[in-house]
Design a protein around this ligand. Structure first.
Ligand code: SF4
Ligand code: SF4
Length: 350
């Protein structure tokens, strides 16, 4: 029978990284940078936040920064008024060490940006996905509540989890991932081995700890949200600290809204840039002298509905992957988990 699990060390991880690089791939993933964790090119596994849980496991960046960059030159015309579409990254690349929540965000951005040629071009260059599974959740994480973690579910080649200082359990996701694990001669183990049992036990404990405050999970949430829509005082109260800074939109891996800026130069050339915008910002709803979401509570409510109620949600488990970034980076301490809890308490059918 083919093995699903393998056991190795940090050295094995290094070998996978080197193998990917030797195949000419640019390897991108979370890396430590001046006290933060951002996404960037990984040249050594020592740069990565391996096995780090708690607050430090949350990266400022997500995969969104790679596939749908925050600022992008979209189109330009030269001084002869000829239009050009700029180069949009031609290198094939691998994602290495991304967490299961970010992996799940791909399913959502694939859907939301399916008509975007820039996104699709970058997405087609993504040829390998190596996931680090979490054994210790961050304090703001709730992936197990959504069903996106803490173990990787699908669409990855290899996953790994650190179960000891220098002991790693690897799991094959695809045939090519399995081939790589075999080429590197990692030790095959069965699912009753002590390493796999410990890995599963820790993953289960992490999942349970994230669900604690929601005894009945999120069942009935769409209906409860639907029922809450007209309760203006409820939404005003929930969002009363929100200042519309849009930090939550910027860090959210599944917020994909953009705006364009056209700039004309004196020599006749011009360029169009695309940059992220957030629906929580007061300027977002300004259209031709009016505003379709005038008050802050409307914007906050829209954000929550977009993640958990809108029609596209029917095609994915949820528009939110439970990464906790919007909670971690909200300057006013708004916690999406509290909002969902309050909606369920007041509006879920008993
Ligand atoms: S980060 Fe917090 S304060 Fe800023 S827009 Fe989002 S919810 Fe409001
Ligand atoms: S809404 Fe918050 S928790 Fe959900 S995916 Fe976006 S940033 Fe993560």
């Amino acid at each position: 029978m083919e093995a699903e699990y393998y056991v190795g060390s940090r050295q094995s991880l290094k070998k996978i990284l080197n193998e990917l690089k030797s195949r000419g791939l640019k390897v991108l993933g979370p890396k430590k940078s001046s006290g933060s964790i951002v996404y960037g090119e990984i040249s050594d596994i020592e740069e990565m936040p391996l096995g780090i849980g708690g607050l430090s496991s949350i990266t400022h960046h997500s995969i969104k920064e790679i596939l749908h960059p925050s600022n992008q030159r979209f189109l330009y015309t030269d001084s002869n008024y000829t239009s050009h579409i700029p180069e949009n990254g031609t290198e094939s690349f691998a994602l290495f060490g991304i967490r299961p929540c970010d992996l799940s965000s791909l399913q959502i951005t694939d859907l939301l940006l399916s008509e975007d040629p820039f996104y699709n071009n970058r997405r087609s260059k993504l040829t390998w996905v190596i996931v680090e599974e979490c054994q210790e959740p961050g304090i703001f994480c709730f992936c197990s509540l959504i069903g996106t973690g803490p173990t990787a579910k699908a669409d990855f080649d290899i996953s790994y989890a650190l179960i000891g200082r220098d002991c790693i359990v690897f799991r094959k996701g695809t045939e090519k991932g399995e081939k790589m694990l075999k080429i590197l001669q990692l030790k095959e183990v069965d699912e009753n081995s002590k390493e796999v049992l410990l890995y599963k036990q820790r993953a289960e404990a992490a999942a349970v700890s994230m669900k604690k405050r929601f005894r009945e999970g999120l069942s009935g949430l769409p209906e409860a949200l639907d029922a809450s829509l007209g309760d203006v005082s409820f939404w005003k109260k929930i969002s009363d600290r929100c200042i519309g800074c849009s930090n939550c939109n910027m860090v959210c891996p599944t917020c994909t809204c953009s705006e364009f800026l056209d700039e004309a130069m004196m020599d006749g050339s011009a360029e169009r840039q695309r940059f992220w915008v957030g629906c929580l910002s007061p300027v977002y709803g300004e259209v031709a002298g009016t505003h379709f979401r005038k008050e802050q509570y409307m914007r906050y409510r829209h954000f929550v509905l977009h993640k958990f109620l809108f029609p596209f949600i029917k095609q994915v488990p949820s528009g939110c992957v439970g990464c906790g970034r919007c909670i971690a980076f909200c300057p006013m301490g708004l916690d999406l988990r509290n909002t969902l809890q309050e909606v369920l308490i007041k509006y879920a059918k008993k």
